[in-house]
Design a protein around this ligand. Structure first.
Ligand SMILES: C[S@@+](CC[C@H](N)C(=O)[O-])C[C@H]1O[C@@H](n2cnc3c(N)ncnc32)[C@H](O)[C@@H]1O
Length: 289
């Protein structure tokens, strides 16, 4: 019999060529098996592991070795201030997307009721983060895939966020012509279907419908930007997450569709990741930050 720490050391070696973070991954999988936090592992890691724990741990290590994402193996991921349940029906929320949430919150007042639309909610990450930070907001979260929408709803309940309405829809199709928003946010599929990164890392296991779009990844972004002005209030904002190499095209699309105050924002890795534009006024050239 081996201690928990010895099992983690062994798994770290096994996962060395699979992941850039073999030690952390091994510790997270062990925490999941034991349902204990890292402090417990540090304090009691020399405890001998039971046969059941050892088997459950090595089963997960084998799955991780085959490339399966940690978030799917443990069933959740932290995003913003939320703990979100995730499974193979939704994209795993990325820290990159917190840039979009920050920019949305910059533009949304705390002290009055506002209307927000999120297109392509997946796990609910964006809509729920905004709704939690702005309790007076009414947020509509749109998703095309029913299993993803069900999970997003569940995440709303689990995180006690009550000001989000979840709607099954193909982008704006279920939005009434009379509905108008102060802000529209979207992290749509934007990967070029021929991008070799789709064959690497977590992307191999995530739903392809959440990842790729035709026209070099720009088709959904274009559809959303073209339709958005009809659904925004005057001076309303659009915020779009996109690929690090799509900033120029996105800024051009926003300019062509009458948006102004177009600004580009970098993600946690300093990559240009999200562009904002305001409905109305005269279009300005994208301002890099
Ligand atoms: C890149 S994922 C973003 C998920 C989540 N918002 C996030 O940031 O983690 C794009 C989402 O858009 C959804 N989607 C794709 N096409 C759609 C459509 N036509 N209408 C509504 N949602 C769509 C996908 O199912 C997926 O959940």
């Amino acid at each position: 019999m081996l201690s928990y720490t010895a099992l983690i050391n062994d798994a770290t070696k096994q996962l060395y060529d699979t992941t850039e973070t073999p030690r952390i991954d091994s510790e997270v999988l062990m925490q999941h098996v034991l349902q204990k936090d890292i402090a417990w592992l540090i304090g009691y890691g020399d405890t001998l592991a039971s046969a059941d724990h050892s088997k459950a741990f090595y089963d997960l290590v084998a799955k991780r070795h085959s490339g399966q994402p940690i978030a799917y193996l443990i069933g959740w991921r932290d995003f913003w201030t939320l703990k979100l349940t995730v499974n193979e029906n939704v994209l795993i929320p990325r820290p990159d997307t917190e840039t979009l949430v920050e920019e949305a919150l910059e533009r949304l007042p705390k002290d009055r009721s506002i209307d927000v639309l999120e297109l392509g909610t997946g796990s609910g990450a964006i809509a729920l983060s905004i709704a939690k930070e702005r309790p007076l907001a009414s947020v509509i979260a749109i998703e095309y895939h029913d299993k993803a929408l069900e999970l997003a709803k569940q995440n709303g309940l689990n995180n006690n966020v009550t000001n989000v309405e979840f709607r099954l829809s193909d982008w704006f199709a279920s939005i009434d012509q009379s509905e108008r928003f102060d802000l529209i946010a979207s992290n749509p599929p934007y990967v070029d279907p021929n991008d070799p990164h789709l064959q690497r890392g977590d992307l191999r296991f995530e739903p392809i419908t959440a990842l790729t779009a035709p026209e070099n990844g720009l088709a959904d972004i274009r559809n959303i930007i073209e339709a958005a002005p009809s659904y925004l209030k005057d001076n309303g904002w659009i915020i779009i997450e996109h690929g690090f190499n799509q900033a120029k095209e996105v800024a051009e699309l926003l300019g062509k569709n009458g948006f102004s105050q177009i600004t580009l924002h970098k993600d946690i890795n300093q990559l240009p990741r999200c562009t904002c534009g305001k409905k109305g006024a005269i279009s300005q050239e994208a301002k890099k930050q």
